[in-house]
Ligand binder design. Structure first.
Ligand code: NAD
Length: 470
């Protein structure tokens, strides 16, 4: 059977990195292979009473740590290869950023743009029931999250369905992450992947030795940036790049077309316009590009593909003008294109690092659900008291007085969102340092291979500690 380009690329990236690890073949085979897969077909009633038989999958790539974890995708392109490749990326992503889960992924073959809300809900609940029946979901088993075409709403339906089917379990809501905050979700999860993308790009661009070696001016400020996909990941990444990093967003590519303005687009205005009109067409003071794929080839410093896989292939890689390609989506650059871009001296910030913010914050949500307490509840007041005492002491020693509103600002204990965001930032900083160290240590030419080397070694270490491999 001919395998898809995405699936082949992920395996080849693995093999390339595996060669640096010196690990034995059997162990590498175990790490590379997908451990368990289900293929489902189930009926869902449409609003007019007609029945559609829906095709769906769940792949659990690695059981070296449990639960397994990975998003659920609603897309008309979903297939077995794609689901396995995405699940494999989850294993390596989690290992790279120190999230103690195996990788998994779910896919449902539907067009998320055309299904009604009613169909969407019936479909999500039925898919969840199928996963429960096959033991492919549960707080200790496999924990889904949002991905392309899904969000908070679907996660709420999953949690509710699971809870109803597993009444006696403690913390049933820990069966899924990315839930609404009111349903034991965690503040900051919705923006987490995009914010992590911003932190990852910042880590790379502010790494002066790395940027000097690559001939790039360090820093995000003023970098002309094109973003593909204004969904959950792309919107938040573009917003943070513009607001916090002061990048100039010159292009935004969406499904129905793209926008270009060399002086910059206001991300929030574009986002609101599309929400209101259902299209980017007609947005004022920008050129509308009918074939949005062309925007990938426009002049810019930074290209952020945040839609789907295999967007940059051997066919268009030669025409990419960006110096840095930041993989916010999973697998947007296939292996042939990867090599063409690297040979042209471009930098690729790889998906397994760059979009790991989502699973990192999902991990925090899962921990919170398991503990049954929010992170700020246990420390916030204590921190306020400690800081208050420190200020009292300083006043005593210096004879100076801190104004009441300044005191209030200084002693404020962290909110749960502040704790989550700080931990996410720290995770991205540490992982970037590890990638660059590994690259230097093994004299690896690119960040992706270095990321895979670290991940493979981390998974191998777990297997060895478990005594399965010598
Ligand atoms: P989403 O459904 O919220 O948004 C995707 C956007 O891409 C949509 O607005 C869609 O219209 C647009 N799009 C689709 N085809 C396009 C095309 N050909 N050109 C331009 N735009 C196009 O999905 P998302 O959650 O933002 O996921 C995007 C990518 O990020 C996927 O690869 C996903 O696997 C990855 N990812 C998502 C998360 C997460 O937390 N949601 C985490 C890690 C990785």
């Amino acid at each position: 059977m001919a395998r898809s380009r995405f699936f082949t690329s992920v395996n080849r990236y693995f093999d390339r990195a595996a060669a640096y690890t010196g690990l034995e073949r059997g162990l590498l085979d175990q790490i590379r292979t997908c451990n368990s897969i289900i293929r489902l077909r189930f009926p869902v009633k449409d609003d007019d009473g007609s029945i559609h038989v829906v095709e769906a999958y769940r792949a659990e790539h690695s059981f070296h740590r449990l639960p397994t974890k990975g998003g659920i995708r609603f897309s008309q392109h979903v297939n077995l290869d794609e689901t396995i490749a995405l699940a494999a990326l989850m294993t390596f992503k989690c290992a790279l950023v120190g999230v103690p889960f195996g990788g998994a992924k779910g896919g449902v073959r539907v067009n998320p743009r055309t299904i009604s809300d009613g169909f969407r809900e019936r479909l999500t609940r039925r898919y969840t029931a199928e996963l429960v029946r096959k033991n492919f979901i549960g707080p200790n088993v496999d924990v889904p999250a949002p991905d392309y075409g899904t969000g908070e709403r679907e996660m709420a339906w999953i949690a509710d369905t699971y809870q109803n089917l597993r009444m006696n379990e403690s913390n049933p809501y820990a069966c899924v992450t990315g839930k609404p905050v009111e349903m034991q979700g965690i503040p900051g999860r919705t923006k987490a992947t995009g914010l992590g993308v911003y932190y990852g790009i910042r880590c790379c661009l502010e790494d002066v030795p790395e940027m000097e070696a690559a001939g790039v001016d360090p820093g995000i400020q003023g970098k002309r940036t094109i973003v593909q996909g204004l969904g959950n990941v792309g919107y938040h990444a573009a917003s943070f790049l513009q607001r916090e990093g002061r990048a100039i967003i010159t292009g935004i590519a969406e499904f129905e077309g793209g926008l270009w303005n060399e002086h910059g687009l206001d991300v929030e205005e574009v986002y609101q316009y599309r929400k209101q009109h259902g299209t980017l067409e007609g947005f004022p003071n920008a050129q509308f590009i009918q074939n949005s794929a062309e925007l990938l080839e426009y002049p810019c410093d930074l290209l952020v593909p945040a839609a789907l896989e295999s967007q940059i292939t051997a066919e268009n890689a030669h025409r990419i003008q960006a110096k840095i390609i930041a993989e916010a989506a999973n697998g947007p650059v296939d292996e042939d294109a990867n090599d063409i871009l690297l040979a042209a001296g471009k930098l690729i910030i790889p998906d397994l690092y760059l979009n790991a913010g989502g699973v990192t914050v999902s991990y925090f949500e899962w921990l919170k659900n398991r503990a049954g307490v929010s992170f700020d509840r246990m420390i916030s007041r204590h921190e306020e008291l400690m800081k208050g005492e420190l200020i009292d002491e300083m006043e005593l020693l210096t004879g100076a007085r801190v104004a009441p509103d300044q005191r209030k600002r200084l002693i404020h204990g962290p909110s749960e969102e502040e704790i989550v965001v700080a931990a996410l930032e720290q995770t991205m900083i540490i992982a970037w340092k590890k990638i660059t160290q590994c690259r230097r240590q093994y004299e690896i030419p690119d960040y992706r291979t270095a990321g895979f080397v670290l991940s493979i070694k981390a998974v191998a270490q777990t297997y060895k500690t478990q005594g399965i491999f010598p």
